[in-house]
Design a protein around this ligand. Sequence first.
Ligand code: GLU
Length: 452
Amino acid sequence: MASSYVQKVIRSVKKSNPHQPEFIQALEEVLHSLEPLFLKDPKYQQNGILERIVEPERQIMFRVAWTDDKGRVQVNRGYRVQFNSALGPYKGGFRFHPSVNLSILKFLGFEQIFKNSLSGLSIGGAKGGSDFDPKGKSDAEVMRFCQAFMTEAFRYIGSTIDVPAGDIGVGAREIGYMFGQYKRLTSSFEGVLTGKGLKWGGSLARKEATGYGSVYFASNMLKARNMDLEGATCAVSGSGNVAIYTIEKLYQLGAKPVTASDSRGCIYHPGGINLDALKQVKEVERASLARYAELCKDAKYIPAKEYPKDQHPVWNVPCKLAFPSATQNEVSGADAANLIKNGCVLVCEGANMPSTPEAVEAFLQAGLAFGPGKCANAGGVSTSQLEMAQNASMQSWTFEEVDAKLKNIMANIFKAAHETAEEFGVPGNYVLGGNIAGFRKVADSMIEQGLY
Ligand code: GLU
């Protein structure tokens, strides 16, 4: 009965949303793991929760017209998917990347609902962004784009309505330009965005939070298996905010990260990634990782065009722990087989849905500790909520205060996923534990708030 309920909803979503493969992928992963819950309690089916929760409350698409440095008109598409507000104001990042479309944003928004629920804080789920590609654009072009984007987006957001943040392609610079435009349009200086600059309402430790949180989650998973991070060789993908601060925290806790990647290639640095060089290349110069290899002669640089088919070299190095922290579907079934073969015991997802379904299946089958993104990378959005709390109370907390709260939040998320997995008879399965724990709170709140 439970499985036919799930099948029916998946069939109907597929029918009404053709050409949305990433959304369907995220949906199937979550819905199948909820079957034991529907078996236990018929109220979710009786209240039509699944039929409602898979449909965003609101999806906004808009034109963003701006001029490049040559004075030519450019047009991009802007989006905000306000998926679910049962637990609080919509919350979730803006992504600026050429691959952005409705399928990608709906997958991210759907994940965000349960991630935000797991954080234990009062935040609903949303996602937005644009197919604008910041790569190769001048600073002035990025500013004009951000201003044009916010000129439309401002009408749908607000500090108690919907509070966007960053994601891929949206960092402190873009948040600054968008915040400035929101302020000019509304005459209101409010916490409408998170990830703000520290001089004008940002929170200490927000930049570090996703990466630090991911490592805290990994250390909770290891502790449950009587292991720790000390001396562990780690494979990390990505070289954005998440990857950089994953690497920083891994060093602080005694581990050794040896890889990083970007869209053009990857680095294998067996002696350990040089964090200062990585920050210099990515945060200061905004250059490709080929530049890292110029700075660190003992590191090996592999250009993406030399990768074997369906295999990423980052997942084929000897390592004990793996931190996929770049983007969706970056770990294939073949990559998972390489990791397992090379002795990896833990995979912790810093990115959103980086493991393909085949990879997740392989990790669970092989008995690895697997931390799904909605648990492991929830530290970022959680610290965004801490930024909202500071803005609302006109206070600013120290780095140590925010970091201590983050650590506590990650421990609570781990506890919820761990205990829920045990409750449903699959100890150590944090996919099922995280999905059910996150879903239950949202679903119960929807029932309590009446049909909508
Ligand atoms: N984009 C981040 C995420 O995937 C952060 C969202 C936020 O801080 O609102 O969770």
